[in-house]
Write a protein that binds this ligand. Structure first.
Ligand code: VNL
Length: 388
């Protein structure tokens, strides 16, 4: 009798935990919530929360549970957290990844566990090649750097010095900008690099000034733009006659309004501006600010928001099945409207296809914004496109 009761109890237990496992889809969201990239973590976390507030906490009959972990952008920590989330928490999806080394460190876990890795921030081209389970909703640096080079040549810039953060996305930005600029007839005077951690731009800015180029092309990651601009001004480079051109990571909406009028007129290329003119974006910016004490959403935030749209959309297509292979298959080719404009997931590469906008920093209603004035539609990652 006792034995029978125990068996029944055990059976009930198994059934209910299986039912629970089926009813909840867990997402392990790994972001830098502290440290040098904390603004990226804050933006993406806020966007994920906004998406769920607007679209509900269940989809296709499944309850969505997000487990947020702070990796402080140390890749060994990212990897350990990803492992724990998969093994202990049994997450169906890993998401986030503020910097390239964190996304890369997680790739083997995604492959082994057959768990989709939704990259919401990092931008090195090769990330999506590190695992067949990686799908990206952020951007690649080449997507912005190539149109920037094209614009520069067309607008009379002949000699350029480049300055990038010395790691994956910076090296992609440097190479893709320089290759395109030279192919179109421009001259690269020098390629300069600064360390990612605690960068001091002063020595490199001195070299840039000495090179006497028409323009300085810059990539630094989200969160470092203001410090770069400060040192650019301190060294008098804003008055040197050398133009500043950049990827939109530098004139990041998160910091732009605090940079001061020195950045008015800076031309840059990127995938998202809080000033993007669409009904969806107006609603997005308003709701984001309202939920976050007036904080302006930046390009990282849309990576998070659209990452959630991707996950919800895929679960709808699989009728709630959270099997990793099925989810990735459902994600391929998905297309929808983002606050940044129309986007889709490349079926072949699992990378994002999106418009890139050429923008000019300007005052709008007393605040600094990246004002879009030209659109290059449906840009695929140029690095992967060149390999084909
Ligand atoms: C990366 C690329 C990070 C662009 C960024 O900000 C960024 C990356 C934190 O791939 O590490 O703006």
């Amino acid at each position: 009798m006792r034995r029978r009761e125990l068996l029944i109890a055990a059976a009930v237990c198994t059934i209910s935990s299986a039912a629970f496992a089926q009813d909840t889809v867990k997402i392990g969201l790994i972001l830098p919530m502290t440290g040098q990239q904390a603004s990226t973590g804050k933006q993406i976390d806020a966007a994920v929360k906004l998406y769920m507030a607007q679209n509900g906490t269940s989809v296709a009959g499944k309850k969505i549970e997000v487990i947020l972990k702070d990796d402080t952008s140390v890749p060994d920590v990212t990897k350990r957290l990803a492992q724990e989330l998969v093994v202990n928490d049994k997450v169906a999806i890993l998401a986030g990844f503020g910097i390239t080394p964190s996304a890369m460190a997680t790739a083997p876990i995604a492959t082994q566990a057959k768990v989709p890795e939704v990259v919401m921030a990092a931008g090195t081209s090769s990330i999506t090649e590190a695992s067949p389970f990686i799908v990206r909703t952020s951007f690649t640096l080449a997507q912005s750097a190539v149109p920037m080079a094209e614009w520069a040549v067309k607008n009379g810039i002949k000699k350029v010095v480049t300055m990038v953060s010395d790691y994956g996305p910076g090296i992609d930005a440097e190479k893709s900008f320089s290759d395109k600029f030279k192919a179109d007839g421009g001259t690269i005077v020098e390629n300069l690099r600064v360390p990612l951690r605690s960068p001091d731009f002063a020595p490199v800015l001195q070299k840039a000034a000495d090179a006497k180029a028409d323009a300085l092309f810059v990539f630094v990651p989200s969160g470092s733009g203001a410090q770069f601009v400060k040192q650019f001004v301190e060294r008098g480079l804003d008055k040197s006659g050398m133009k500043l051109i950049a990827t939109g990571d530098v004139t990041d909406d998160d910091q732009l309004n605090g940079m001061g009028d020195v950045v008015v007129g800076v031309i840059n290329a990127h995938n998202y501006s809080a000033n993007h003119d669409s009904a969806l974006n107006k609603t997005y910016v308003e709701a984001f600010k309202k939920a976050n004490n007036g904080l302006r959403p930046n390009f990282m935030s849309v990576g998070g928001y659209d990452g959630m749209a991707l996950i919800y959309g895929a679960l709808k297509k699989t009728n709630g099945a959270a099997d990793g292979e099925k989810l990735v298959a459902a994600m391929k080719g998905m297309a929808w409207e983002s606050p940044r404009g129309p986007i889709s997931i490349d079926t072949d590469t699992r990378d994002i296809i999106q418009n890139i906008y050429i923008r000019k920093v300007d005052k709008v209603g007393g605040e600094l914004y990246n004002v879009e004035f030209a659109t290059i539609p449906n840009v695929k990652d140029p690095v992967k496109a060149a390999k084909k």
